[in-house]
Write a protein that binds this ligand. Structure first.
Ligand code: AMP
Length: 618
C-alpha cells in the first residue's frame, strides 16, 4: 500500500490531490477548485451548468436524482421531491415549528427534541442524508470534470449556523465520501475570493451582504493576523429574490384583472407567470422595460415600477445592516470593505441602496452566485499548504469531544481548529432524579467513542435531583497555545463545578494520528450509518420511557381500550429497537406518536381545567 503522509500542521493527509471548495446552498449548490494556473474556478461538468439545484427526488423504484432533473418534479411529484433541506439541517422540530407548512414533503414531528426527519414513502431520511446526496452529486461531477478522484473538501455554512448545524454539515460530507477538512463561514469565503484577508498584516472590518433566492443575511467580520472573527450577523431567513418575483407576479395579476382564486387553481399558468416574472426581474440588469406575453396575458413592467414594488423589501435588508452594525458596536465609517454575495445582489436597486448605506462602492466584480465556492477553493488551497505566502497557524490534529448517549462521540472542538480555542455545549440528564453525570473526554474522528482515544473521565456530582431534561450542564473545552486542554463542567442551577486538565498530544505518535485519520476516512460511511441507528434507538428508548410514564400518570383520564392500544404501540416500538433497522424504529416512533397525540392534548386540557378550578377569577 502506498504510504500516505500526514501534514500535522493541517491534520490533513498529503496526497497529490485536488481539494475542492463546496458551497452547499439552500437553493443551489456548486463546487470549485484551484486550476493549474492557480486560479479558483467553478466546475461545470459536461455543460450541465455550474449551479446544481439543491433538490433531491425519489422515484417509486428507489431511484434518486439530484439537481435540475429533480427540480422538474417539484410541480409533478411534490411529496417525493425535497428542496430547501439546508433549512432543516441540524434542526429539531421545535426549531422549525413556525415554518413547517412551507414544505410540500412530510417533515416528522415526533414530539421530542431530536433532530427532524423527512418521510418519503416508507423511508425516513435525516437532513444529513439528504444533504449527503447533494454533496455526493457535487463530488461526482467534480470527479467527472477533473478526471480524478476527489475525497477532500472545504464546505461553507452561514456564519449564524450553530454547532449542531455545522456538525450535521460535516456528517453529510462524510456520508458523501468526503473528508471535510474545514467548515468555513460563507462570508469568510466570499471575502477570500476578493483577496480580503489574504495579507496577514492587514486588519480590516468588512460587511458581507448576502441576498439569495429565499434568504438574506449580513455579517460583520473582523480580520486580524489572517483570522476572521464574526462580530455580528443579522438577516431574515425568509427574504430574497423570490419575494421580488412575487411582487412582479402580483402586479401582473392586478394589471390584467386576473381572478386570483381561478389562478390559484391553475398551477401550470401560475408557474409560467412566476417564471416570466423572474425573467423580467433578471432582464432589468440590461434593459429598462419588459414586455412579453404568456398565453393572452400581457406581462409588461418597467424598471422604475419594479423598483417601487421591491423598495420596502430592500429597505428591510438595510435595517438589518443597521442592526448588525449596532450589535457589532460599530459605525458605518468603521467598515473598510463591503462584499456582495447571492444572485439577487445583481438587482441594481440593491447595489445602490447598499453602497449608499455603507457610503462606499461595493465589491461586485465576481459572479455573486459563485463567489462563496471560489473562496472555499482558496481556503482549501491554503489548507493544502499550497500558498507559501500564508503562514499556517497551529491547529488541532484530532477532534476533541465527549461521550454521549449510546456511546457516541460528540465533537466539541473539531480537528483543524486553530489553537488557542474554546468551545462549549449544554447537556442535560436523561433519567429523572439523576444526581451524577459521567463525563468522558475523547480524541479522534470516529463516531463511536470506543474507536477513539480516551483522554480523561470524571464525575460531575451534586446535580440537584430534578426531572430528566431540567438540569443544565455546560461543558466547556479550552485548548491553550501549549496544547493543554481544560475541560470544565458546570451545572447551572446549583453552580456545581468540576474540571480536569489533559494534554491531548501526549503519548500519541504521528503514526498513530495518521492511522486514526486514515481509519476515519475508510470507515466514514459505516460510521455515520451506525450513528444514525444509535440516534434512532436512543430516540425510541426515550419515547418508550415518556409514553410509559404518561400512561402511569394519566391512566385516570384514559379509557381501557386507549391504554391497551397505547401499550401495543409501545411494545411494537420496543420490539423494533433490537432490529438494527433505523427506518423501522422511526416508523414505530412515528406511529406511537400519531396514536397518542390526540389524547396527550386532551389530558393537557383536562389538567389545565383542573388547575383552573379552585382558583377564583376576580
Ligand atoms: P442564489 O440563491 O444566490 O443562487 O440567488 C438566486 C436568486 O438570484 C434568484 O432569486 C434569482 O432570480 C436571482 N437572480 C439571478 N440573476 C439575477 C439578476 N440578473 N437580477 C436580479 N436577480 C437575479
Amino acid at each position: 500500500m502506498a504510504k500516505v503522509s500526514i501534514n500535522l500542521a493541517t491534520g490533513s493527509l498529503q496526497k497529490e490531490e485536488i481539494i475542492v471548495g463546496i458551497d452547499l446552498g439552500t437553493t443551489n449548490s456548486l463546487v470549485a477548485f484551484i486550476n493549474p494556473d492557480k486560479n479558483p474556478q467553478v466546475i461545470n461538468d459536461a455543460g450541465k451548468g455550474v449551479l446544481v439545484p439543491s433538490v433531491v427526488h425519489f422515484d417509486q423504484t428507489g431511484g434518486i436524482t439530484v439537481g435540475n432533473e429533480a427540480k422538474n418534479y417539484l410541480i409533478t411529484d411534490p411529496q417525493n421531491t425535497i428542496f430547501s433541506v439546508k433549512r432543516l439541517l441540524g434542526r429539531s422540530y421545535a426549531d422549525i415549528e413556525n415554518y413547517k407548512n412551507l414544505f410540500s414533503y412530510k417533515v416528522i414531528d415526533d414530539n421530542t427534541e431530536s433532530l427532524v426527519k423527512v418521510k418519503v414513502g416508507d423511508r425516513f431520511y435525516t437532513p444529513i442524508e439528504l444533504s449527503g446526496l447533494i454533496l455526493k452529486e457535487l463530488k461526482e461531477r467534480a470527479e467527472h470534470a477533473l478526471k480524478t478522484p476527489v475525497t477532500r473538501a472545504v464546505i461553507t455554512v452561514p456564519a449564524y449556523f450553530n454547532d449542531s448545524q455545522r456538525q450535521a454539515t460535516r456528517d453529510a460530507g462524510k456520508l458523501a465520501g468526503l473528508d471535510v477538512l474545514r467548515i468555513v463561514n460563507e462570508p469568510t469565503a466570499a471575502s477570500l475570493a476578493y483577496g480580503i484577508g489574504l495579507n496577514q498584516e492587514e486588519t480590516k472590518t468588512i460587511a458581507v451582504y448576502d441576498l439569495g433566492g429565499g434568504t438574506f443575511d449580513v455579517s460583520i467580520l473582523q480580520i486580524q493576523n489572517g483570522i476572521f472573527e464574526v462580530l455580528s450577523t443579522n438577516g431574515d431567513t425568509f427574504l430574497g429574490g423570490d419575494d421580488f418575483d412575487r411582487a412582479i407576479f402580483e402586479y401582473w395579476v392586478q394589471q390584467n384583472n386576473l381572478n386570483a382564486a381561478e389562478l390559484a387553481e391553475n398551477r401550470e399558468l401560475t408557474q409560467e407567470l412566476r417564471l416570466k416574472a423572474e425573467e423580467a426581474k433578471k432582464s432589468f440588469s440590461h434593459q429598462s422595460i419588459f414586455n412579453e406575453k404568456v398565453g393572452d396575458i400581457w406581462c409588461t413592467i418597467d424598471r422604475d415600477t419594479f423598483e417601487q414594488l421591491i423598495l420596502a423589501k430592500v429597505e428591510q435588508t438595510i435595517n438589518a445592516c443597521t442592526n448588525a452594525l449596532k450589535d457589532a458596536g460599530l459605525t458605518v465609517e468603521q467598515i473598510d470593505e463591503v462584499v456582495m454575495v447571492g444572485g439577487s445582489t445583481r438587482t441594481a436597486l440593491v447595489k445602490r441602496k447598499v453602497a449608499e448605506f455603507f457610503k462606499r462602492p461595493v465589491h461586485d466584480d465576481i459572479n455573486p452566485d459563485e463567489v462563496v465556492a471560489l473562496g472555499a477553493a482558496i481556503q482549501a488551497d491554503i489548507l493544502a499548504g499550497n500558498r507559501k505566502d500564508i503562514l499556517l497557524l497551529d491547529v488541532t490534529a484530532l477532534s476533541l469531544g465527549i461521550e454521549t448517549m449510546g456511546g457516541l462521540m460528540d465533537v466539541i472542538i473539531p480537528r483543524n481548529s486553530k489553537v488557542p480555542t474554546k468551545a462549549g455545549r449544554q447537556y442535560t440528564t436523561s433519567v429523572d432524579g439523576q444526581v451524577n453525570m459521567k463525563i468522558s473526554v475523547y480524541q479522534g474522528e470516529r463516531d463511536l467513542v470506543k474507536e477513539n482515544r480516551k483522554l480523561a473521565e470524571f464525575d460531575l456530582k451534586g446535580i440537584p435531583a430534578m426531572p430528566a431534561g431540567l438540569p443544565k450542564v455546560d461543558i466547556n473545552f479550552l485548548l491553550n497555545a501549549d496544547g493543554i486542554l481544560k475541560v470544565q463542567a458546570i451545572e447551572l442551577r446549583s453552580n456545581t463545578k468540576q474540571e480536569v486538565e489533559v494534554k491531548p498530544a501526549y503519548g500519541i505518535t504521528d503514526e498513530q494520528v495518521e492511522q486514526m485519520l486514515m481509519d476515519s476516512i475508510t470507515y466514514a460511511q459505516d460510521d455515520v450509518q451506525q450513528r444514525m441507528l444509535i440516534e434512532a434507538r436512543t430516540e425510541g428508548e426515550q419515547m418508550v420511557y415518556t409514553a410509559e410514564r404518561f400512561l402511569e400518570k394519566n391512566n385516570a383520564y384514559l379509557s381501557i381500550p386507549e391504554i391497551t392500544e397505547t401499550q401495543k404501540y409501545i411494545q411494537a416500538l420496543k420490539d423494533s429497537l433490537t432490529s438494527g433497522d433505523k427506518d423501522l424504529i422511526l416508523k414505530k416512533v412515528d406511529e406511537l406518536n400519531d396514536y397518542t397525540r390526540p389524547f396527550a392534548e386532551r389530558v393537557m386540557d383536562m389538567a389545565i381545567s383542573q388547575a383552573m378550578k379552585g382558583k377564583s377569577i376576580e
